[in-house]
Design a protein around this ligand. Structure first.
Ligand code: AMP
Ligand code: MG
Length: 495
């Protein structure tokens, strides 16, 4: 009989202090609610086998399949700017790794699989609302083209989870290229464990940094550059779709550049850079417009943790650390401008990036400021720009109000300097300006139904979000921003 999952574990082979060996805690009555067949295929797993008794037992944490090496990873992290020297997987267990059909090494992680050495006062469990929320939003992000951890399965446990009230328990199977975080490096840096820092660096470089990107660099430099580049690309992608992560703590900053930890995240409706969704983020530290600066701050925390392994000489190590942080800023600025140029219909060759830089920044600022002044919907306004290219300016005019004439005239002048057929330009714009995002009020309504036992609304939303760049005329209601009474007051907080 072939194994359920052809595990090929590498993290478990690292020194004992990197993790705590821990089996998942079985649950009473597992029911498979969702299985991601497309992801099964990418991973080379058999969906029928995962739907079978053995498969569901694995996804619920009720059986440890052959070849797995379940463990809880040790990590630290800055939470809302405050350093916590020990966090770790308190309610998630790395079952093991596998090499996907695409040749990439993936982690299979069970979130909500019971207590571990790192649980502190927590119960090690998750409840259905946040589990389905992560399943939906992570897969929507993937369809939008944003690097992300994925959701393979959601299982109801048949057990209550006690929060303010008793809620239905669930386990999410999360798949990621890595679960190493900036906080993993901070864990060893805080313990002045240079040997572990070097071993972790070597591990991450070997696993994640392509050989050509290591040339002429020490492992720690290669790692820092890789994480800086990955975070720059990631946050530029978030900004382009109006995504607000909500908890950009260093323990939620993963080294492979994937979005991880979907807690109180949400997509912005009307454009306002100060938008915050998380009710615990009272200072707005993780507001939409702060995300680039925070990502850079997180990269700086990695650089700081790596100082002992960046160079023997302190001053040289510091210079190298600083270079990594500067690299983030350069790459982010470039990626952000490229993304937003595309969103307004401009494809500038990489070697012409600096040409018309100020002019283009002004053009974008003019648009975004106008949108902010009129509380214009971020997603719908950019999508409408594509229609403006082919002649229908109605929505853009409505979004920009009195300033529309002036802005549209400037925009048309700029487009004329990058001539291409209108249909072609609009087609390209429609591939970067989504028609559909998981709007928070729709997500909450779908989750309310799902928790009450009806997955119909969830499934419709999920299916629509699989093709976010396609017009889907029968789903136009999902494009509408919330009416005042639909605005979500408190977002599910992931715990
Ligand atoms: P998060 O907010 O999900 O990034 O989690 C922050 C830290 O709290 C991590 O160390 C988690 O493992 C831990 N944690 C969150 N929820 C629980 C829970 N229900 N039981 C145990 N640990 C938890
Ligand atoms: Mg976390």
């Amino acid at each position: 009989m072939s194994a359920l999952v052809p595990f090929d574990n590498s993290y478990a082979a690292l020194p004992a202090r990197f993790s705590a060996r821990q089996d998942p805690t079985p649950v009473r009555a597992p029911t498979l609610l969702k299985l991601n067949e497309g992801l099964c295929e990418q991973l080379g797993l058999d969906p029928a086998a995962l739907r079978g008794d053995e498969g569901v037992a694995m996804l619920a944490g009720n059986a440890v399949p052959d070849g797995a090496a379940p463990l809880a990873m040790a990590y630290a992290g800055h939470q809302f700017g405050h350093f916590v020297p020990q966090l770790g997987d308190g309610r998630a267990i790395l079952l093991g790794e596998l090499i996907g059909a695409d040749g990439v090494r993936y982690d299979l992680h069970l979130k909500g699989a019971g207590r571990t050495k790192f649980s502190r006062g927590g119960d090690g469990r998750a409840w259905l609302g946040p589990v389905l929320r992560e399943y939906l939003v992570a897969e929507a992000m993937h369809a939008l083209g944003v690097p992300t951890t994925r959701a393979l399965a959601a299982v109801a446990t048949g057990e209550p989870v006690l929060r303010e009230s008793a809620l239905p328990g669930a386990v999410l199977t999360r798949v990621g290229q890595s679960h190493v975080r900036v906080g993993t490096f901070q864990y060893f840096a805080a313990r002045e464990d240079e040997e572990a820092l070097a071993a972790l660096t070597a591990y991450v470089v070997e696993r994640h940094v392509p050989a050509e990107a290591r040339d002429g660099k020490s492992p720690a430099e290669a790692l820092l550059d890789h994480v800086a580049a990955g975070q720059a690309a990631l946050v530029a992608a978030w900004m382009g779709v109006g995504f607000i992560h909500g908890v950009m703590n260093t323990d939620n900053t993963q080294v492979a550049g994937e979005t991880i930890d979907y807690g109180p995240c949400a997509f912005m409706d009307h454009y306002d850079p100060a938008t915050v969704f998380s009710s615990i983020d009272r200072q707005g530290r993780y507001a939409y417009g702060n995300q680039p600066a925070i990502a850079q701050w997180n990269v700086a925390r990695l650089a700081e943790a790596l100082i002992p392994v960046l160079d023997d000489k302190d001053d040289i190590a510091l210079d190298k650390a600083k270079a990594g942080v500067d690299r983030f800023a350069d790459l982010f600025n470039r990626a952000y401008l490229t993304r937003f140029r595309e969103k307004v219909g401009l494809w500038v060759p990489a070697d012409d990036h600096a040409a018309r830089l100020d002019e283009d920044k002004d053009l974008l600022t003019g648009l975004l400021d106008g949108m902010a002044d009129h509380r214009a919907d971020f997603t719908n306004t950019f999508r409408a720009l594509g229609r403006a290219v082919t002649g229908d300016e109605t929505e853009v005019r409505a979004a920009l109000g009195a300033g529309a004439d002036a802005w549209l005239a400037r925009w048309r002048q700029r487009l004329a300097q990058d001539p291409r057929p209108d249909d072609e330009r609009r087609g390209l714009m429609d591939q970067v300006n989504p028609a559909f995002i998981p709007r928070n009020h729709q997500v909450e309504a779908a989750l309310d139904d799902a928790v009450a036992g009806d997955l119909g609304r969830f499934d419709r939303l999920f299916d629509t979000l699989r093709r976010p760049y396609d017009d889907q005329p029968d789903q136009v209601l999902l494009q509408a921003p919330p009416t005042p009474d639909q605005v979500v007051r408190a977002t599910f907080c992931g715990t």
